[in-house]
Design a protein around this ligand. Structure first.
Ligand SMILES: Nc1ncnc2c1ncn2[C@@H]1O[C@H](COP(=O)(O)OP(=O)(O)OP(=O)(O)O)[C@@H](O)[C@H]1O
Length: 254
């Protein structure tokens, strides 16, 4: 592992996290290229949230390390936090602040220069369609709009790496599509994104996807390659959902 490998935005090397006796992450190793949209999928408890929390520098690995945007999560978690944005399942929006005030709060927190803000705000409003609701209290937004606002807050400091934990969970189909639009736009602009989802139909959106199961990587490849590999003889191409279910159930048998 070399911290100056600029073609990789994230280098995960033997990452293990235990909670007491329980091994939540079991020696994970993978790399995410700069500008890649990388997916983490897996059943509940597979280790998606733990992976993202470690990569965000908020949870120390037990052993192993990851270099995220050039900083080590084991040795320099504060450095990691400044270079990334992490949107957890419970992102901290302030219900008694307006849409604009929430974004300004995060812009202040990350020291975004005032002169840079109008252009960024316009871009984020353009993607999210939150502009007309600028003066609405966050507490009075719908679930999907809250997620979009969380994403705008996470993106206002234009991080190198974006880590999103199930951003579309429980969100209506229109808002889901808009959230993905924002993520795709950011990645097209050069940002690297690692996104977890429990919706298997979303796995096709990723450049590559890792299937996590019991804290290990059961498969990692481009969606089409995973499907092609799983095709048996002359069978029709299986859905990604079927590929994942097969991998998880086969693994449980052994
Ligand atoms: N703080 C903690 N203390 C003890 N065990 C934990 C802790 N955090 C996670 N775990 C355990 O580690 C395993 C992985 O959890 P994790 O939340 O990463 O899974 P996940 O794939 O994100 O699933 P979910 O979508 O349900 O959160 C689970 O067995 C969970 O119970």
């Amino acid at each position: 592992m070399h911290p100056l490998d600029h073609s990789c935005a994230v280098i995960v090397d033997g990452l293990t996290r235990r909670f007491g006796e329980h091994v939540a992450l079991d020696a994970l190793s993978f790399r995410v290229a700069a500008g890649e949209l990388f997916g983490l999928v897996g059943p509940d408890g597979a280790g998606k949230t733990t992976t993202l929390r470690v990569l965000a520098g908020v949870l120390r690995p037990t052993t192993g390390d990851a270099i995220v945007a050039g900083a080590s999560v084991a040795r320099d978690p504060e450095g990691v936090k400044h270079r990334i944005a992490y949107m957890s399942q419970r992102f901290g929006l302030y219900g008694d602040l307006t849409v604009r005030e929430n974004i300004d709060f995060y812009a202040d927190l990350f020291g975004v220069p005032r002169r840079a803000r109008p252009a960024r705000l316009e871009r984020l409003y353009g993607f999210s369609h939150l502009g007309p609701f600028e003066k609405r209290l966050a507490a009075n937004l719908s679930g999907g709009m809250k997620q979009k606002l969380s994403l705008c807050c996470a993106l206002i400091h234009e991080p190198e790496v974006l880590l999103l934990d199930e951003p579309t969970f429980g969100v209506d189909p229109i808002s889901r599509r808009e959230l993905w639009l924002v993520v795709h736009e950011m990645v097209a602009g050069g940002m690297t994104a690692i996104v977890s989802t429990s919706y298997l139909d979303e796995a096709e959106r990723f450049d590559r996807v890792a299937l996590l199961h019991h804290g290990r990587i059961a498969a990692l490849d481009a969606p089409a390659a995973l499907q092609a590999r799983a095709r048996h003889g002359g069978d029709a191409e299986p859905s990604l959902e079927q590929v994942f279910i097969d991998l998880v159930t086969t693994d449980d048998v052994h």
